[in-house]
Ligand binder design. Structure first.
Ligand code: 4AD
Ligand code: MG
Length: 466
């Protein structure tokens, strides 16, 4: 007998009147007084459940079927039919049912058929995949991941798994988690520390990476078009809806290109991802439309059909200075945009995603290419409504002298960066790249505001369950 998944039924009408076998978990069940049980089964393959109809005539009806509760795992055999009920298109007339796992003390089963709050679900990350909400998000995330690889592979970008354990602070921001196998926590002064570090696993201090960019650059400066896509770690104490201590970042790096090229490329990637999701995850998107965000289709269609908006940093500041809005943090020429400023620009002024480019060099990382004006760098941030920044990127300083100057100005240790400087010493080329925060993109696409609900096991300040 054909083993199928729930999504096969909804994608393939030819299954009507066929005998099949299907396994999954019970989301809801109702045992009617007339001796018929209705069970809604899910298996994670799509946003719909399939209803199984079980008649009291089957042999284990009293002994087993009546004991079934939400969350039990089962395997059924039966025929797929068109449903006469108005809530579902198909159902399964069950001929045989095998109980695989019962739920111990059903009253205490943490996932009831009620709607749970996101906050509650975050406390049970091992069980929340059983909710339809997390199932939907998980499939969308998977589709987006797939779409990104498909797009970049089709354009001949080579995937580079850059290291997770690193010796460098590639953003120069200093909020890194330290990796250590042997480091003695007792040593509190610098002298002792270097003595103990020699005994450490790597013989030097190492960290979890905040970005794979610098090592990706070394491959871009040989393979031309590369990307890295993996977990990224930041130890910043930011307890917001857009920060995770462990998040996923796509970083694309390309030689022989400039800021305009990477702006276009990053926009094209997001367009492709949206198109892919609309084609391949439509049931999930419809679930979001019905239950979470009525604006989802409008937002996604708009993105596909609107031109790119790009403005200079200096013009963004002018807009903010002219606005009548009272900001908590005062804005002046040369200050960094905080999230309230970014949100004003995209939510209230442009009502649309926007690239802001050419920031003052003092606001950005050491590796960004100095513009001819010697004050700004060829950098861009991509901001979207309700989320804020989802991409940061730039041309890279390809002039050895200027890069060394910047490293010294920022009091970074030049020796640590000597291999990175080498890339400018031996056949340097203009190159540029960007990093896209994957959970923030999922947040923009789905309209789910908190990135903690968009990664399977969120890690944030004071929160690392499982
Ligand atoms: O702007 P960021 O810090 O840029 C870099 O790391 C560059 N090295 C990227 C590159 O050019 N290759 O980070 C890039 C993106 C941000 O725009 C944001 O979307 C996301 O990463 N991000 C975070 N997402 C979730 N939680 C955090 N704590 C994040 N920090 C950054
Ligand atoms: Mg940034």
């Amino acid at each position: 007998m054909k083993k199928i998944l729930v999504h096969d039924i909804y994608r393939n009408c030819n299954l009507v009147n066929q005998y099949i076998t299907l396994s999954g978990w019970i989301r809801n069940r109702r045992h009617s007084k007339s001796g018929i049980s209705f069970i809604d089964i899910y298996d994670g393959s799509c946003a719909h459940t399939i209803q199984g109809i079980i008649n009291k005539n089957i042999c284990n009806y009293k002994s087993e079927v009546l004991k079934l509760t939400n969350g039990c795992s089962i395997s059924i055999e039966g025929m797929i039919i068109y449903s006469i009920g108005k809530y579902q298109k198909y159902e399964i007339q069950v001929h045989k049912i095998k109980i695989i796992g019962l739920v111990e003390s059903p009253h205490n089963y943490p996932i009831s058929s009620k709607k749970h709050t996101y906050e509650y679900l975050r406390l049970i990350p091992h069980l929340r995949p059983r909710t339809n909400f997390i199932g939907v998000i998980t499939r969308i995330r998977n589709g987006m991941f797939n779409a990104i690889h498909r797009f970049l592979q089709s354009k001949h970008y080579c995937w580079i798994p850059t290291p997770i354990i690193t010796t460098l602070d590639s953003e120069g921001a200093g909020s890194m988690f330290r990796v250590s196998a042997e480091l003695n926590e007792q040593c509190d002064n610098k002298l002792n520390q270097s003595k103990y570090l020699k005994k450490d696993f790597f013989g030097k201090e190492t960290f979890l990476t905040v970005s794979g960019q610098l090592t990706a650059e070394s491959y871009a400066c040989a393979m031309t078009k590369v990307y890295t896509f993996g977990p990224t770690f930041r130890a910043e104490n930011s307890n917001t809806t857009r920060h995770l201590a462990e998040f996923w970042m796509l970083e694309v790096e390309r030689s022989f290109c400039n800021l305009g090229d990477i702006i276009q490329l990053s926009y094209d990637i997001i367009k492709y991802v949206i198109q892919y999701i609309l084609q391949n995850n439509i049931l999930d998107i419809e679930f979001i439309y019905s239950n979470i965000d009525k604006n989802i289709f409008h937002r996604l269609e708009n993105f596909l059909h609107s031109p790119i908006i790009q403005i200079e940093y200096i013009d963004a500041i002018k807009i903010l200075l002219k606005s009548k809005k009272k900001f908590r943090y005062k804005i002046t020429h040369g200050t960094d945009l905080s999230s309230e400023h970014e949100k004003y620009l995209v939510n209230n002024y442009f009502h649309s995603p926007v690239f802001i480019k050419n920031y003052p060099k003092n606001l950005k990382a050491f590796y960004m290419k100095l513009n001819k004006d010697c004050n700004t760098v060829a950098a861009m941030d991509f901001l979207v409504p309700n989320v804020g920044e989802i991409i940061g990127g730039s041309e890279r300083e390809d002039c050895q002298k200027l890069l060394e100057k910047r490293i010294l100005e920022l009091h970074l240790n030049k020796i640590d960066y000597s291999w990175y400087i080498d890339l400018r010493r031996y056949g340097s080329v203009p190159h540029a790249g960007f990093g896209l925060g994957f959970e923030r993109l999922i947040s923009y696409i789905t309209g789910v505001q908190n990135v903690k609900d968009l990664i399977p096991f969120p890690r944030t300040v004071n929160h690392a369950l499982c």
